[in-house]
Design a protein around this ligand. Sequence first.
Ligand code: ADP
Ligand code: ADP
Length: 211
Amino acid sequence: MTLALNNLTIYRHGEPLLSIDVTVPPGQVVAVMGPSGAGKSTLLDAICGQLSDPFSYSGDIILNDQRMNTVAAHRRNMGILYQDALLFEHMTVGENIAFALPRHVHAKTTAAERHEQIAEQLSSVGLADLQDRAVQTLSGGQQARVALLRTLAAQPAAVLLDEPFARLDAARKDQLRHWVFDTIVQRGLPALMVTHDPNDAQAAGGPVIEV
Ligand code: ADP
Ligand code: ADP
């Protein structure tokens, strides 16, 4: 999958706010950096199909040569990871991930099969022992990892990261960054990360775009 933003301009009350033109190939993480208020979160809203008044955009958002032109297409294809993990606290890790599986997976599998699939996913990233733990018993770093796995469980075509490490302390950030970027690269997904931390951008290893 390739994500392209072709001459994309975000407007607020009809006035240009942010412009970007980039093609993100599979397995690359592009960092978007800019000051607070530059329109970075609004850019992610546009790519997710969640833009609302007073914002609008011109240009094209393209996945694999196909222009996304319905809200449903944006929602189905884009996986987003926020700075707060936003997990369901009263559920286990496994239940959180199962919740995000696409409807066709739920339709074709039993609960036991889903449990098995999720066990494999967790063990492939070194988190096998977390499956039956309640989310509220996890550390911040563990929650951040589970949040990414839940995002990926929905089988998105591209991933958006909105200041994904902002809430973690420095030592945890360092460990987590590499894990997150490696996991995205392993899945061969294009990713766009909004951040104001140059260390995030550097660790991502892809192009850095200033807005
Ligand atoms: P960033 O993520 O780069 O900090 P945002 O995308 O959150 O920037 O916001 C872009 C700009 O639009 C900011 O100046 C913000 O204050 C402004 N803004 C946000 N929401 C609204 C709104 N509903 N109406 C008008 N301006 C808004
Ligand atoms: P925190 O300090 O918030 O727990 P860390 O970044 O230190 O966050 O990692 C969180 C947890 O993720 C660890 O306690 C560990 O259980 C698990 N973990 C991270 N990497 C691995 C790994 N390679 N193998 C097994 N477990 C890991």
